[in-house]
Design a protein around this ligand. Structure first.
Ligand code: FAD
Length: 538
């Protein structure tokens, strides 16, 4: 039985779904947003909401010339080998729509973005920019959501500071000084219930959706897709809510934006063999879109791609969880592989890709990996976070003893630390050129990037993959339409965000290469639906 008829249904309430719902509802489509948990916003609400959006109006206003063509040149220059053949049309679509999406969102919601100070990660590559492509939301009051404010998904990250305030300051190393410095803003934000990052993103987007008539249904889980028996196109979603199953009709289209599949442990193990330290995302993200769409013949791609970033241990919903933090960017820290050898510049933001490098057998080449440092590593934050997971931090009086404790070859680790200390004295990382790219220099914030590891106790922390979101999923075309393995379109079915086969993949080419593109794919999906001529809901 069809319980309700909509023009458009967005499955999920993260950034991709909300931007799509906003775009559709502004155009007058009768739109529903369905969310399986009792919380709004998914991983997007937890995120830093740092968004890589080339050729946007904030960059232009600040005098940074940029064009979709330059963004496309950059995407081509930085892509993994062989990706251009399948992804070029999607890159072109993203590059063309990123700027218009941001202008549209600011034009129809209370959300406002500001530029952050981060250059492109490969700022030396063709088409790259040293400023103007990274934006993040300004604070917004949670009260804008009225009765929904309490249902906002909370984060493991502090959202009271903006993304730019966080990267300009040193909350982890200097918590007291940073708090005092921002005391007036913190007090005013506490009083006004204002938050930045993913909270502001979700508040602003959802406010815009509700203002344009979208219907939000929480604790409503999509379990299958309804199809037209004759044509095979998708006509709606079968959902479970309140212990009942019902069909919600969608005359113009259904968007699957259910986030990554990282909480489906079996699928995760299949595509990410080897050690995984933690997951950092919203626990509702279990690959439901993939299961639903596979059942009707959709193709999957890029299943081994993910946003991988160092994490500190924390608790979320009573369980051990990962909180992303740049703990690798400490002057007196190195990352070593299972042989006790360095394999990457620790100041590389895209070191997730190096951590996840696979051998011919598909197994990770470097893992288990370790972060090695000494007594002065990340104080005082280290002790605070170590209490969440007593096994996380390993200490020893000498480097050799540390090697024994973590089962890494003793001679190799000692030699690695000695060589690193020697390079610190010489002032240059001859092996991995740490701190020598434009991006890494910007990240160092004028702090030294090389400082010897020499004061006991020596410390080691597991440094395997912390997955913030998987990036493999449903294969789409440049219009966000879901495809079958033979390349044909499944009519009425769209995918955006972490649930789609991400055309950029694991490699971080900007400091926030998932949220910005995810929002853009939500926008592309709705624009694509608006161009189709399926009849509206009766
Ligand atoms: C702490 C943290 C910080 C991050 N910071 C950044 C950053 O600064 N910049 C950046 O680019 N990226 C960042 N990321 C990654 C980024 O947040 C995610 O890639 C992005 O939010 C995914 O958006 P989405 O809309 O695809 O999915 P999500 O925001 O995860 O939303 C998916 C939603 O779908 C719901 N859902 C799942 N299945 C169903 C179903 N069957 N029926 C109904 N609903 C369903 C889920 O419950 C969830 O609410 C961060 C990640 C984390 C964990």
């Amino acid at each position: 039985m069809t319980a309700a008829q909509f023009d458009f249904i967005a499955v999920g309430s993260g950034a991709a779904a909300l931007v799509a719902a906003l775009t559709a509802s502004v155009a007058g489509l009768k739109t529903a947003i369905i969310e399986k948990t009792d919380k709004i916003g998914g991983t997007s609400a937890m995120s830093g909401a740092a968004s890589w959006l080339p050729a946007n109006h904030h960059g232009r206003a600040a005098g940074h010339d940029d064009t979709p063509e330059e963004a496309l040149a950059y995407l081509r220059a930085t892509a993994p080998e062989g990706w251009r053949e399948t992804e070029d049309a999607l890159w072109e679509s993203f590059a063309r729509n990123a700027g218009p999406m941001l202008a549209f969102v600011e034009g129809h919601t209370p959300l406002r973005f500001a530029l952050t100070s981060e250059p492109d990660v490969y700022a030396e590559a063709p088409g790259a920019k040293t400023a103007g492509r990274m934006v993040a939301p300004m604070p917004l009051s949670r009260r804008l959501l009225g009765r929904y404010a309490k249902a906002l998904r909370i984060s493991t990250l502090p959202h009271i500071l903006t993304y730019q305030e966080m990267i300009e300051n040193d909350l982890y190393r200097k918590p007291v000084r940073t708090t005092l410095r921002f005391a007036p803003q913190l007090i005013s934000r506490l009083i006004g219930s204002e938050r930045a990052k993913g909270t502001a993103l979700t508040v602003g987007l959802l406010r815009g959706c509700l203002d344009h008539g979208c219907q939000l249904m929480l604790e409503t889980r999509a379990v299958a897709l309804a199809q037209d028996p004759a044509q095979g196109g998708v006509t709606g979603v079968i959902v479970e809510r309140g212990g009942r199953r019902e069909t919600l009709g969608a005359a113009r289209g259904v968007l699957l934006a259910t986030g990554g599949f990282e909480w489906d442990r079996e699928r995760l193990r299949q595509h990410f063999p080897g050690p995984i330290d933690r997951l950092g995302s919203s626990p509702g993200n279990a690959g439901d879109a993939l299961r639903m769409a596979e059942q009707i013949g959709a193709a999957l791609a890029h299943m081994d791609q993910a946003l991988i970033y160092p994490c500190l241990p924390t608790r979320y919903g009573g369980e051990l969880h990962g909180m992303p933090a740049p703990i690798h960017m400490e002057p007196n820290a190195i990352v070593v592989d299972r042989h006790g050898k360095r394999f990457v510049s620790e100041y590389a933001i895209d070191l997730g890709e190096a951590l996840d490098r696979r051998g011919a057998d598909g197994e990770p080449t470097h893992l288990p990996a370790w972060l090695i440092s000494d007594r002065s590593f990340l104080r005082p934050a280290l002790r605070w976070y170590a209490r969440y997971d007593p096994d996380w931090l390993v200490r020893a009086p000498t480097v050799a003893a540390l090697a024994e404790r973590i089962a890494v070859p003793r001679g190799a680790l000692t030699a690695t630390v000695e060589r690193f200390n020697g390079m610190c004295a010489a002032g240059r990382d001859e092996d991995f050129h740490r701190g020598e790219t434009i991006f890494q220099k910007a990240k160092a914030k004028k702090r030294p990037m090389l400082s010897p590891i020499q004061k006991a106790p020596f410390v080691a922390m597991p440094f395997n993959r912390c997955i913030l979101t998987t990036k493999g999923g449903l294969r789409t075309n440049a219009e966000a339409q879901v495809l079958r393995a033979d390349g044909s379109v499944i009519a009425g079915l769209y995918c955006a965000g972490a649930a789609m086969a991400n055309p950029i993949g694991t490699r971080a080419i900007g400091a926030g290469t998932t949220i910005g593109p995810n929002m853009t794919w939500g926008y592309i999906c709705a624009q694509s639906i608006l161009r189709t001529n399926r009849p509206p809901a009766g």
